[in-house]
Design a binder for this molecule. Structure first.
Ligand code: NAP
Length: 555
């Protein structure tokens, strides 16, 4: 059997109203959902994409807080599926801002006429598999239902923001905002007393921006981070032409790198060099900025404790040099290994802490207890604010699916399935959840996301093609394959320094949320290795996955 390239029309309701039955329903119209839509169309499948927002963008639709921009260099933050798309888009900066990324995704949707298959303002609340019909029923918040054979979750890895975790929020008489669902209308901070709670990758982006106009910014920090300077800059015309010419080479380079960044492998282990040479290499990495500081300096930073400590002390010394007040500098110095928590990239973050209108408050031993009508109260003090910004993180990895009523075969819910932590096959499938695919699901590789999305979408396309070629209409990974993948995730994590993150509340383990099961939320063995695992499954005619024709599974 060959696959058709013409899109199969969706089945209309009997009364001629809009169709509700599709080959595939995709949840989410961000990077993953758009890329998946394109692939499914190529396979000739009918598709409905359900998107909670009023437009495409996903992460880049919701996280429109001041200062939001990528931490990945723009030339590797692309969709690679179309030569035409690459020919007509080049970014303007090393790290594009939220508005530009949103424009890019809108451009993709328009250029490939994607909107006709996307229904906006449609938050999915339930997805339930029916053993009797081998079909999924998807329900939205508005009570609409859709049925489909294949369910694809493209609902994001960092898409469920944590609500402000303090009592009393309703009593606050000022304004408050959550970075993960920032309003479209600009917020005016001019002359305002502003609190920012949280100093992760989001907090460190928002703080310098707000400090430009606010009367005063108070930064509430619980755990300091290693903030590496991003060193953003505009791309010159020559650089843009070079990027456009080299897109393919850049993509291949990214696919080969451990975090799917287009970076050169570090030539040396820290231990190969004398201390003065080590410092010179670290200094050059610091000047280059971004994750190149980690990946292009030394090849043992994430696996050798001593090397990691030298790099960590280098950053602490930078903090002590940049931040003028010694007490503030010491509060900003982390005391855990570099990369035990995901380090943010800063845009003059430490410099911002020198401003007269910025104060750092350490809440590690004196936590915020409540929101009061006038501001925030710790165990000892009350602080008054006009505006509070909560940048307190996400229910990472499992959050998007755990927050909907997702039930697989026999009515088992995904929260029951993952009661002890996520257990998946390649971060894409789950045993007991037939014909369900996850893009950027838990236990997928932690890496530059567009590259992993592209790989996953390609893998899903190949799996569906295999099914159609062999007359199968039901697939799911075996429990053994899921158990093996879980073991692989744990083993590869234990081989790195990232494993120490559990003690410091890293979301890599779900440790940023009280009560969330502690387990590897990602595959940490490197993007290239992860993609090889995916290829091996395809090449082995899908070892670890059980397929059946529906008639077989019902007899
Ligand atoms: P995060 O890294 O989890 O940071 C949340 C912050 O809130 C932490 O500083 C945390 O402190 C603090 N916090 C949470 N509860 C608190 C409480 N009760 N009291 C005081 N502080 C509290 O979340 P995020 O900054 O949103 O970043 C998450 C991820 O999103 C990033 O690591 C990155 O992968 C992605 N992201 C990417 C970009 C980009 O690429 N440009 C930008 C932003 C975010 P503790 O550390 O003590 O828990």
């Amino acid at each position: 059997m060959t696959t058709s390239t013409a899109t199969r029309p969706a089945v209309s309701d009997a009364d001629g109203t809009a169709p509700t039955d599709f080959d595939t329903v995709v949840i989410g119209a961000g990077f993953g959902g758009l890329r998946m839509l394109h692939e499914l169309r190529q396979l000739g499948l009918s598709v409905k994409v359900l998107e909670a927002g009023s437009d495409v963008g996903g992460t880049w639709y919701w996280n429109r807080y001041p200062g939001a921009r990528t931490d990945t260099e723009s030339w590797a933050y692309i969709m690679n599926f179309s030569e035409e798309l690459k020919a007509d888009w080049v970014w303007s900066e090393r790290y594009p801002g939220q508005a530009e990324v949103e424009r890019y995704l809108q451009h993709v949707a328009d250029r490939f006429d994607m909107r006709r298959d996307i229904q906006f303002n449609s938050r999915v609340t339930a997805a339930i598999y029916d053993d009797a019909t081998n079909r999924w029923t998807i329900t939205t918040e508005a009570g609409q239902s859709f049925t489909c054979t294949y369910l694809v979750s493209a609902s994001g890895v960092l898409s469920v923001g944590i609500d402000p975790p303090f009592p009393g929020l309703d009593s606050f008489t000022g304004q408050w905002f959550q970075t993960s669902s920032w309003p479209k209308q600009p917020v005016d901070f001019t002359g305002k007393r502003v609190a920012v709670v949280g100093t992760g990758a989001t907090g460190v982006q928002v703080i310098p921006e707000v400090a430009h106009t606010a009367a005063h910014v108070t930064v509430f920090q619980r755990t300091p981070n290693y903030v590496i300077p991003a060193r953003n800059h505009a791309l010159t015309d020559a650089q843009r032409a070079e990027v456009q010419r080299d897109y393919d080479k850049i993509w291949e380079k990214s696919r080969a790198q451990v975090f799917a960044f287009p970076m050169n492998p570090a030539e040396h282990a820290m231990t190969d060099l004398r201390p003065d040479q080590q410092q010179r290499v670290l200094e050059a990495g610091w000047e280059t900025g971004g994750f190149r500081f980690v990946f292009e300096t030394f090849n043992d930073l994430l696996v050798n404790e001593e090397s990691n400590q030298i790099a960590a002390e280098f950053i602490r010394n930078k903090i002590r040099t940049i931040v003028k007040d010694p007490a503030t500098a010491e509060l900003l110095c982390p005391n855990y290994p570099l990369f035990a928590k995901r380090p943010p990239l800063g845009h003059f973050y430490y410099e911002t802490l020198n401003r007269d209108n910025v104060t750092l408050v350490d809440v590690r031993d004196n936590p915020i207890r409540e929101v009061t009508p006038r501001g925030l109260r710790t165990g000892t003090d009350e602080y008054e604010f006009d505006i509070i910004i909560f940048a307190v993180g996400f229910d990472v990895g499992t959050g998007a699916l755990s927050h909907i009523d997702l039930r697989g075969s026999g009515g088992q819910t995904i929260t029951e399935k993952w009661a002890a932590g996520p257990r998946t096959h390649l971060g894409i499938g789950v045993d007991g959840f037939p014909n369900m695919f996850m893009i950027s699901g838990p236990q997928s590789a932690i890496a530059n996301i567009p590259v992993i999305i592209d790989n996953t979408v390609d893998w899903i396309g190949k799996t569906i093609t295999f099914m159609r070629q062999h007359g199968y209409d039901r697939m799911e990974p075996t429990p053994e394959a899921c158990a093996q993948w879980q073991e692989q995730c744990n083993n590869d994590l234990d081989a790195t320094i990232l494993a120490s993150g559990e003690e410091v509340g890293s979301y890599f383990f779900g440790a940023n949320i009280p009560g969330k099961p502690r387990a590897a939320v990602f595959y940490f063995g490197g993007a290239a290795r992860y993609m090889q695992f995916c290829t091996d499954v395809v090449d082995s005619d899908f070892k670890g996955i059980s397929f059946s024709a529906f008639s077989e599974s019902t007899t």
